[in-house]
Design a protein around this ligand. Structure first.
Ligand code: FAD
Length: 389
């Protein structure tokens, strides 16, 4: 099949077979466990649609409340708020949903050992505690939601054309191409998750794979598959580059058994011998920003990515917005790790990550790992003639 890729992933350092093998053997199993741990399953996010664009649409007047938030009893003690204030706007959301009755303000003590340094690549809302909430990501899987039409199309158009130069254009420099590929890879991953968890039959509420969507949106375009692998390797490189930092980070949620598990899974992932042997440098960030225009270009692309992160507040479906924000924040974290610290020797002293950024980064890596696995399995199935589109 067209989508069966061979050789080295373009602009990367490892080939497809190695990536599939490592993902299946090492990364996917560890990540699946990791994202279930209490540290990684609660994401702090502002779910209100706070869209700075298209005001004439009044798209953000109501909160749609489709994301199931965490009951207060559920999230870890060390994340718990010091002081509670309620904003009246939330009441509407709570009415029909007792599980949505959570605090939206969190004391900074909940972030012991974690910084609140701004990320130059994203619009953060970590420090903006009013209207923040904790979401249990395990209860809100990324999947088909029925969100489409002009609203969804407008977001993707803005992300590609408004913020990111049109592609392919031969004269595009490596850096701009990289940004494009990261977004396209994320887009592929979102489409793969829609296809792998699709509402097949509304009447009987039957969910399952939709291979047609998988083919028509992703597999039939070799570039989209390639960009998915590229994005996976890029984020993997960021994670392994920050290994020392991530190994020593504070994973305390007040549950020693679970927290030890989190730490041990992190270590397994960061220092896996198979990974280090087969793909020691998943992406070579030192090749970018080299030219005379390097610094200027970096600023420009940083601003573009920041806009992309702002556009995520305009995603008109709450669950899509949750995962859009999380994954763009994860990409922003990867960009920060790879491009905002020049002195690799002293990375551990210089790098500062917010807790939420680490949660976004690892959940993003897991999502990409799931997509790579699904694409690989579909490709293999097609090759063996078991599948017809
Ligand atoms: P779209 O996916 O909307 O794509 C629009 C256009 O972009 C395509 O016509 C093509 O030209 C181009 N394109 C498509 N894929 C790529 C790629 N990989 N690389 C480069 N260009 C590409 N829907 C859900 O059901 N569940 C979700 O969780 C969800 N999350 C979303 C998160 C965000 C941030 C956004 C913006 C949308 C989300 N959606 C979600 C909607 C979903 O992504 C699609 O927009 C929708 O299903 C309509 O799909 P489509 O076939 O019209 O093409």
């Amino acid at each position: 099949g067209k989508h069966r890729h061979k050789g080295t992933v373009e602009d990367c350092c490892c080939d497809y077979e190695t990536v599939d093998h490592l993902n299946g053997e090492v990364l996917h199993p560890i990540l699946q466990e990791l994202v279930k741990t209490p540290f990684f399953r609660y994401y702090k996010v502002k779910l209100w649609c706070d869209c700075p664009f298209w005001p004439e649409d009044h798209m953000c007047r109501l909160r749609d409340c489709s994301v199931c938030e965490c009951p207060e009893s559920e999230f870890p003690d060390s994340f718990k708020p010091f002081q509670r204030t309620l904003s009246s706007g939330d009441l509407k959301c709570r009415e029909g949903k007792p599980q949505a009755a959570v605090d939206r303000t969190l004391d900074s003590k909940a972030f012991r050992g974690w910084t609140e340094t701004d990320n130059p690549w994203t619009y953060d809302d970590e420090t903006d505690n009013s209207e923040m909430t904790y979401v249990n990501l395990q209860l809100n899987p990324e999947r088909y939601t029925g969100y489409n039409g002009t609203s969804a199309r407008r977001i993707w158009d803005a992300v590609y054309s408004g913020n990111c130069p049109k592609y392919p254009a031969e004269e595009l420099c490596q850096e701009e191409k990289t940004l494009y590929k990261l977004i396209s890879g994320l887009h592929s991953s979102i489409s793969v998750h829609i296809a792998s968890d699709y509402l097949i039959d509304e009447a009987t509420n039957l969910w399952g794979h939709n291979l047609e969507i998988m083919y028509y949106r992703v597999l039939q375009y070799p570039n989209r598959v390639e960009n998915l692998y590229f994005t996976f390797l890029f984020v993997l490189r960021a994670v392994t580059k920050a290994a020392e930092y991530l190994e020593q980070a504070e994973y305390d949620t007040g549950n020693p058994t679970e927290d030890l598990k989190t730490q041990s899974l992190m270590k397994q992932l960061l220092y896996d011998p198979k990974l280090q042997a087969a793909c020691p440098l998943p992406f070579d960030e030192a090749k970018l920003w080299k030219g005379r225009r390097g610094p200027e270009l970096k600023q420009k692309i940083q601003a573009q990515f920041k806009n992309i992160s702002a556009v995520m507040d305009c995603v008109g479906c709450e669950k899509c917005r949750l995962w859009g924000k999380l994954q763009v924040s994860g990409l922003g974290t990867a960009l920060k790790i790879l491009f905002s610290v020049n002195d690799e020797e002293n990375l551990i002293q210089i790098l500062q990550l917010q807790r939420n950024e680490v949660i976004a980064l690892m959940n993003l890596l897991n999502r990409l790992s799931e997509s790579v696995k699904f694409v690989h399995e579909m490709g293999a199935a097609a090759e063996m003639g078991r599948m017809h589109y």
